[in-house]
Design a protein around this ligand. Sequence first.
Ligand code: 13P
Length: 385
Amino acid sequence: MSKPYAAPPKLNRERRFPDNMQAAHALTLKAKRGARGNRTGKGYALPAFNVTTYQGIDSAFTAYETLGSSGLLAFSNSALKHFGSGDPLLGLEQVSAYVERKAARSSVQVATHLDHGDYIGESGRKVVQGAVHLLTSVMADNSTDHAAKQPTPLEDNIGYTREVVNMAHPVGVSVEGELGVLAGEEDEDTKSDFSTYTRPEDLAQFLKETGVLMLAPTIGTMHGPNKGKPGHKVKLNIPLAHELLKVANSINDEIIFVAHGASTRYEEVVSYAVDQLGKLGSGNGEMIQAWKDFVGTDWDQIQGLIGAGFCKINTDTENRQTFLAALLGAVTKNAAKIDIRWYDNQMWNAVTASYIKKLIMAGNHGIWHEPKIDVDKFVFDLNNT
Ligand code: 13P
């Protein structure tokens, strides 16, 4: 990997995306500044919802439009494969066209983002190139050498990330780098059973040499449903997050931090799922225990990160859990209902409510217009979705 000597290209802010679409950096920078309408107040965050089906995209748009939120739809490589029946490039073409049409009719502004995947090999690079053409933001997912099960050497991570910045910034597509290794499983190709913290001494070099404006440092979060010991609270390294923010702001205060593994455990979802499994029969003890053992990142910890400049918070697992809980509920409510649309509505109305809950928690409402509901009175209740 050759050392990138020349200054990295700046993000082209003149780029005009299709109607109501913006680079993820533009929307998250607005959040860091606390900008809503023509007012500036307290900072907020954009949950990046990992969507894997068209109904998921529809649900996210419904939630954004209900609240007047800034939206961020994330697609991992395995999600793109799912959309494209095995072909991530076909998936990219399909989802980008679908989102563009939805956005053109929307009351809010959204960004589309390429999330995790193994993008180092030839086929992975094609996915990143395709995403630079078709999405508004991409992840340069290079911090972990998954084959060797070790962190990518800093120089190599810088080199790979810089290649993506060279391709994306001139056309206005923002790039999210990653520094440090996050444990857990997000994409089928990108699981890790170990983690490392981001080292402040590496951060300045990484930011200066890559030119990224969005960065996922590792401060103790984990992907997936088991983020720690059951019954124990996950404790993030918030002091490290502030130390990293100082370094980043001293280089460019437009740099946005990204929290991966930001899913919360919603007690109401866990107890609803456990109830449904109980109703479904006495042989479900192991699954009930698995649900009870799920560990999320508590919201006070994520709030601590938002206060340290983390304006993009990646949330996938909690919405998968809501979907599955609602599916179990649909079966216990009426397993003789021969109507796919009814089942679809049961699950997706629940996921929409889960999205609304997180957007309200993140303070991301009333950005593009006033919310259509009273956010203070919103109740997330799977019995009523
Ligand atoms: P969770 O597994 O906590 O939902 O995190 C998702 C994520 O970080 C996607 O990049």
